[in-house]
Design a protein around this ligand. Structure first.
Ligand SMILES: NC(=O)CC[C@H](N)C(=O)O
Length: 359
């Protein structure tokens, strides 16, 4: 059966509809450039409601396994690939990509001219679109609900994992399992809390540190909770990852803006501003912190993207607060920024040092 992607600007791309349900799907059309990691990408809550165009042609070649889920359910609205319906082969594979998508009723378009779609998005920017098996569906008929994305993926209740020595509260805006795993592997007990959790509740947990997770959508949609976030992060050593990083900037008076087409892939070069060391990072974001907006904020720029110069990390001038726009937990992606978790744990362990600095 034929299938189509229609972009908001009216452009139409044809392909083969590979999944069972013929229901159309709408979402923000974005592209991901990594060669592997489709299972992690599809189950990363930051992709909630997005139609993902994979630029690597062989997507599905190693199937779906039990190990690589970033959350229990997939979050992407749709999948677009160059080949599709690949015969998979891997010793850990449990099923094919198409079988997995069928289970969750997520459409996949194969044999699509992914290069043409990406060139369009790179020129005109990420935009909404609709995937359908008939040409009748139009994007306007399937409106997007960007504002409530975080509330769709956050935990419903508080859950504690592990019994390590350092108690970390992970604010859940749509956290990736790998972030939890990184903390657990560093002798932490982690309490995952819904993103609306009040400072009083956090204080009652007596945490040693706070992590603000990644998550979908516009960081400004969390603005009503900013006073909560600000109070909590000023009190405990804090690390922000991706959306969490953007929220730290907003909390200290900074501003965010939308990138033309975002950074989504596993080889985004980032430079450490002090050491000038460059390393590759895994990324997935459509918004960035505006550099001018933090000029008066008590934040230093610690990392920048080598390709476009955008801000990739911040450090508070006095308080033990650090944040990165990229993903140090890096699944999928290179692990060379993994040390950021070690640095954060040092901050957590030297809490008394923070108290001295603040006195
Ligand atoms: N991975 C993330 O946390 C993404 C953050 C935010 N939703 C963005 O697109 O910029």
């Amino acid at each position: 059966m034929k299938g189509y992607l229609k972009l908001k600007n009216g452009d139409k791309f044809e392909g083969e509809w590979l999944t069972e349900s013929s229901e159309p799907a709408a979402g923000e059309v974005v592209f991901y450039t990594g060669m592997t990691g489709y299972q992690e990408v599809l189950t990363d809550p930051s992709y909630k409601g997005q139609i993902i165009v994979f630029t690597y042609p062989l997507i599905g070649n190693y199937g779906i396994n039990k190990e690589d889920f970033e959350s229990k359910v997939p979050h992407a609205a749709g999948v677009i690939v160059y080949q599709g319906n690949m015969k998979h082969s891997h010793y850990q594979a449990e099923c094919s990509l198409v079988e997995y998508l069928n289970k969750w009723n997520i459409p996949m378009l194969g044999k699509a001219d992914t290069r043409a779609i990406v060139k369009k998005i790179r020129k005109e920017g990420s935009m909404s679109g609709v995937m359908a098996s008939s040409t009748a569906a139009v994007p306007e008929l399937l409106p997007l609900n960007r504002a409530s994305l975080v509330s769709q993926v956050t935990s419903k209740e508080m859950t504690t994992y592990g019994n390590g020595r350092h108690h970390i509260v992970l604010y859940d805006f749509g956290y990736k399992r790998s972030i939890l795993d990184e903390l657990l592997s560093r002798n932490c007990k982690v309490t995952v809390v819904p993103y609306q959790t009040s400072p009083e509740t956090i204080h009652s947990l007596k945490p040693d540190g706070i992590v603000l997770s990644n998550g979908p959508g516009d960081p400004k949609s969390i603005k009503p909770f900013m006073p909560f976030i600000k109070e909590v992060i000023k009190t405990y050593p804090t690390m922000g990852i991706c959306l969490g990083h953007q929220l730290i900037a907003l909390a200290f008076g900074g501003d965010t803006e939308r990138l033309l087409f975002g950074h989504r892939g596993a080889n985004q070069p980032v430079i450490h501003m002090n050491t000038k060391r460059v390393f590759m990072t895994s990324q997935n974001h459509g918004y960035v912190v505006k550099e001018k907006s933090i000029a008066a904020a008590p934040l230093n720029v610690l990392y920048k993207n080598v390709n476009d110069g955008s801000i990739e990390g911040l450090k508070h001038k006095v308080l033990p607060i650090v944040s990165v726009q990229f993903h140090p937990e890096a699944n999928p992606g290179p692990c060379e920024s993994n040390y950021i978790f070690d640095e954060y744990m040092e901050m957590v362990k030297h809490k008394s040092g923070r108290e001295k600095a603040y006195a």
